[in-house]
Design a protein around this ligand. Sequence first.
Ligand SMILES: CC(C)CCC[C@@H](C)[C@H]1CC[C@H]2[C@@H]3CC=C4C[C@@H](O)CC[C@]4(C)[C@H]3CC[C@]12C
Length: 281
Amino acid sequence: MLPAMVKLCCGISYPHLRTMAGLQRRAIAAIGQELAHMQRNGQTQLPTWTSHMGWQTESSRREVVNPVPLKEEELLYIRRGHEALTKALDIVEDKNGWKTELTEENGDVIYSKVSGDRKVFRLETVLDATPEEIHHILWKVEEMHQWNPSIKNIKVLKQAGPETMVTHEVSAETAGNLIGQRDFLSVRHFSRQESCIYLGGAATHLESFPPQKSFVRAEDGPTCIVIEPLADDTGRSHFTWLLNMDVKGWLPKSIVNQALPRAQVDFTRCLRRRLAEGPTQ
Ligand SMILES: CC(C)CCC[C@@H](C)[C@H]1CC[C@H]2[C@@H]3CC=C4C[C@@H](O)CC[C@]4(C)[C@H]3CC[C@]12C
């Protein structure tokens, strides 16, 4: 029944899909990835025309020996990851209403705007590394505290396929951090469209990991990082990062709205330094 429904929907929507642009395309790509997962696990068969949509995931292109079927719960996290990414891209791609918050000498520019009930920040900069190199470092979340003093510890609690994970993140209690220590429970998801890399994330819940007394649980997201290669063939990338965070606790908005763009600049400075060190095994 489900495969038949999928086929029917695909057939009806094909002409519309071909004429879509921008964000709509990305949303469709996200749905496509999910279908690709289902297909890989033998849960459904896609019609042959879908091969034109670029819906194969990186891992489905590789030879999978003994693929482990994804559980219901894992599919749920993958869906949440997609959703977070799509929502965050919606925010960054809406060009209206942004104002320049700060401009750094190294080229970082942070823009802000009010989205929903809070201010969100969009950092734009150029990094001296390829999207692959940046992604490689950012996806190894458990190593992030080694090069970034604003992070105390990150643990991967669940892996849902190769592109999605649930993580517990603890920020550090550093002198510059006016907000204080926070912990986060997030779903993190990545997707690749040609040479661009998209990292999305949002706060989530795990019954086995409720908020703890020792931390104020903050909520990150919907958030995203977009990494695109520069067109000039220099191996550099354009880096866009949407910080959309509810830090919780009782803090005046003015303090929070000063600390967040600072945290973004600090994080990016550390990322630059880490990239300059090159790959480590
Ligand atoms: C100001 C205080 C409360 C928070 C400061 C630390 C902030 C900047 C830290 C805490 C958790 C961190 C995130 C943890 C995990 C990831 C996933 C990774 O693939 C990209 C970076 C990203 C998205 C980090 C960005 C920076 C981050 C949001």
